[in-house]
Design a protein around this ligand. Structure first.
Ligand code: C2E
Ligand code: CA
Ligand code: CA
Length: 751
């Protein structure tokens, strides 16, 4: 086309030029040669001009084509289909021929109404009308269009009027249409998921990769209360659990990708609920963690249902006690723990008679009453079972302490033997208890029960008693019971005497005080060592009475020696933990001191670490009130228990007694260093040091070097009876003891 134009232009230019030449020649009669040169120049000029114009035209067309192609490929690349609509004719000029246009637009636009989803027609027409009325700068609508297969495609249709007639009526409109079915599908899925999360009954929280909260669902607020904003951006935490626990959880999630854990959390009403938290990590396409999802499931109802179900199969209806089923399960579990437990089994001696004569109903209510009565006697961790019929079992976990076990057995027997008043009858029943320890007496629940039954069978022969399956335990129990009885008798009959062991100044070898030590002198069994009877007296509580006897006798004896001018130091009396925790301890001591007219200055009390470390704060208060009375306080057996130096500083102590075990150990260097350290600590705390159990001269020498000032032990003297000690005092006195009488008098006045 362009070449034709060029050719025609050249011909025209030649025609015009030759015609002009002849005209010029004729008109002005010019020299033809000159004219010919001029004409040729003009022709060349015209030709050059025309060629330039043509080149420019060609170039701009080429660029137009390029930009059109670019636009086309951009639009195609974007997935859009261009349309150009002649509004008057209703014809659509399709610009890029895509599947979508073929399938949906046909030749008309807007598409035939039958192609648009019935629910979308009104909306499309409304939006188009608005644009025609110039109320919107663009037409934009999302609607569904029928595809070839009778299904629906979602499209996003955008357009704008580009041509109007003189009356401003729209003539042409162009735009793009895009298949957004996939997008819509994703949107619908997202909406569905969002709705699911919203309506989830479990609380849910989404955290970012740093465990900072991004969002929560409404159930989260229903469960925990508060408003959304107060949680956003906060770190993941579980109120009531410390940071290290949270860190462990995070670490586990990181290692295992997810975690399920049961925790206790407070709900909006501050009620502690069992809650299962499930944490899952979310990863992106690059497998990097982007979020964590935490679901909080309230287990209250589930637990309730489980417990009801559990109760149904594991509880006895008559007594409401756990049944035989549970007994075996529990015993099996306990057996797997690495600790000692006791099983007590018993049945009722004459229950069959009661059942036969008074009827099963009465028999059942008797069992229920008995169960209630006995259940009250159990410790917190003990479980009382009805094994069936009139057979019961008590499992005492975490103990093989003979005293605790026998005390419970005795209490049970006494409670069973207490008559029941029922339906006008007074029912007296008796029982016998068989006891096994496990794992010692058996490693399966069946064997344990069998052995406990054997023990019960033997106990029945004695009648209304208890018996261990293990004979060593029986001998021990018998011995303990004997001592307990002997002590009861001994307290009545004044069988408790007080012996005194001197405490000597290591440098002068002179008496500085003495320790009062109890002696249990029985007419039949001779002297029973405190090491044997004191622990039993501690358990039974008899130590309180024994302790008072000792304190009273010690005060009385010291007063006598004081009045005789034989002694003017302090007597140290041991105070047991049971005595120490008596609420009226100080009053009891005051009464005894007053009764014996002994000023408190002459008294020292020895307390062990165990006694004060149980509850150090309370101990400090008690010790302060004793110390305020002028009573000295010594820490006995130092180093054998667990003393905290921090507390040691706060206790108003005067003396520290280094336990015999350390003194014995001074044979080697390590032992000597140990005593050295103890003495140094004591002196730093302004405490006086007494070495206990000193038996040899070599020990005296070492202790001297270590700056220990006082010693007590067989090296100087064994504990002496009152008379023997009087002799000892007289001997000491003859060696002239520096007098403290004036000082004593001063204190006595203030008391
Ligand atoms: P303890 O308070 O550590 O008393 C020192 C014990 O060591 C006494 O034993 C004493 O006789 C013994 N002993 C003293 N020097 C030596 C020695 O050189 N070598 C050896 N091998 N032993 C020595 P005892 O009198 O048998 O008392 C034993 C424990 O019984 C006492 O230990 C104390 O804890 C307790 N106890 C004694 N009398 C009473 C008391 O009246 N009340 C209370 N609550 N406990 C007491
Ligand atoms: Ca002592
Ligand atoms: Ca001691």
């Amino acid at each position: 086309m362009i070449t034709i134009i060029i050719k025609i232009s050249l011909l025209l230019a030649l025609l015009v030029a030759s015609h002009s030449l002849y005209a010029l020649e004729a008109t002005f009669n010019l020299n033809l040669n000159t004219v010919a040169v001029t004409a040729s120049a003009i022709i060349v000029l015209v030709l050059c001009y025309m060629l330039t114009v043509i080149y420019k035209l060609k170039r701009s067309r080429y660029q137009l084509m390029l930009s059109e192609q670019r636009l086309k490929s951009t639009v195609e690349g974007s997935g859009d289909t261009l349309w150009d609509w002649n509004i008057k004719t209703g014809k659509v000029l399709r610009i890029n021929d895509k599947y979508l246009m073929d399938s949906i637009l046909s030749t008309e636009f807007p598409p035939n109404k039958s192609l648009i989803h019935p629910s979308d027609i009104t909306q499309v027409e409304y939006l188009l009308k608005k644009h025609f009325a110039q109320q919107t700068p663009f037409f934009e609508a999302t609607y569904r269009i029928k595809d070839h297969f009778g299904g629906w495609l979602w499209v996003l249709d955008r357009g704008k009027i580009i041509e109007k007639d003189t009356n401003l009526s729209p003539l042409r409109m162009t735009g793009t249409v895009r298949d957004i079915s996939q997008l819509k599908l994703t949107e619908e899925r997202l909406n569905l998921f969002a709705k699911c999360v919203e309506s989830l009954t479990d609380a849910l929280a989404i955290y970012d990769k740093n465990f900072k909260l991004v969002d929560i669902n409404p159930s989260f607020l229903t469960l925990f209360g508060g408003v959304r904003e107060q949680y956003l951006k906060k770190d993941f935490n579980l109120p009531g659990y410390d940071k290290s626990y949270i860190n462990t959880i995070k670490k586990t999630v990181y290692q295992r990708d997810s975690l399920q854990q049961e925790v206790k959390l407070r709900n909006s009403a501050h009620v502690l609920l069992p809650i299962e938290i499930s944490i899952d990590e979310i990863r992106n396409d690059q497998n990097q963690i982007t979020n964590y999802v935490v679901v909080y499931s309230d287990l209250t109802e589930r637990k309730k249902a489980e417990s009801q179900l559990h109760n149904l199969s594991n509880r006895d209806r008559t007594t409401n006690l756990p049944n035989r089923n549970l007994f075996f399960t529990d015993l099996q579990k306990l057996g797997q723990l690495n600790s000692h437990h006791a099983l007590l089994v018993f049945d009722l001696d004459n229950f069959k008679k009661i059942n036969d004569s008074l009827g099963h109903q009465l028999g059942d209510s008797l069992l229920a009453k008995l169960a209630m009565r006995l259940n009250k006697l159990t410790r917190e961790n003990d479980v009382f079972y009805r094994l069936g019929g009139d057979e019961f079992a008590l499992v005492m976990s975490d103990t093989n302490d003979i005293y605790t076990i026998t005390r419970t057995a005795k209490q049970f027997l006494a409670a069973i033997a207490t008559p029941f008043k029922m339906a006008g009858h007074e029912l007296a029943i008796t029982s016998s208890v068989g006891i096994v320890l496990f794992p010692e007496d058996g490693n399966t629940p069946e064997l344990l029960l069998k052995n406990a039954d054997t023990a019960m069978y033997h106990a029945k022969k004695k009648g209304n008693s208890y018996l261990f399956f293990n004979d060593t335990m029986n001998r021990e129990a018998v011995k303990r019971l004997q001592i307990e009885n002997l002590m009861r008798f001994g307290l009545k009959e004044n069988h408790f005497a007080v012996y005194y062991q001197p405490k000597m100044n290591i440098h002068t070898g002179k008496l500085v005080g003495m320790e009062a030590l109890v002696r249990f002198i029985t007419p039949k069994k001779g002297i029973i060592s405190p090491g044997v009877f004191i622990p039993i007296a501690e358990e039974t509580g008899q130590i309180i009475e024994i302790g008072e006897v000792v304190l009273n006798k010690a005060c009385r004896d010291v007063k006598e020696w004081l009045d005789a001018g034989l002694f003017n130091g302090r007597v140290a009396v041991n105070l047991s933990a049971k005595q120490f925790s008596l609420p009226d301890l100080t009053t009891r001591i005051d009464v005894i001191l007053q009764k014996n007219a002994l000023p408190s200055y002459f008294l020292e009390l020895e307390i062990t670490e165990g006694t004060v470390m149980d509850d150090p704060k309370d101990a400090i208060a008690i010790m302060c009130s004793l110390s305020a009375r002028g009573i000295h306080l010594a820490m006995d057996d130092f180093g054998t228990g667990y003393s905290s130096l921090a507390y040691l500083k706060q206790f108003p102590l005067n003396t520290l007694k280094v336990d015999k075990a350390f003194i014995d150990d001074m044979k080697n260097e390590r032992g000597r260093n140990m005593v050295d350290s103890i003495v140094t600590i004591a002196h730093n705390l302004d405490l006086h040091v007494v070495a206990e159990g000193v038996e040899q001269a070599s020990q005296i020498e070492i202790l001297k070097q270590l700056n220990c000032e006082t010693v007590q032990g067989y090296y100087y003297s064994k504990p002496l009876s009152k008379d023997e000690f009087t002799e000892f005092l007289k001997l000491q006195h003859s060696k002239s003891v520096p007098s403290l009488i004036s000082q004593i008098k001063k204190v006595a006045v203030t008391n």
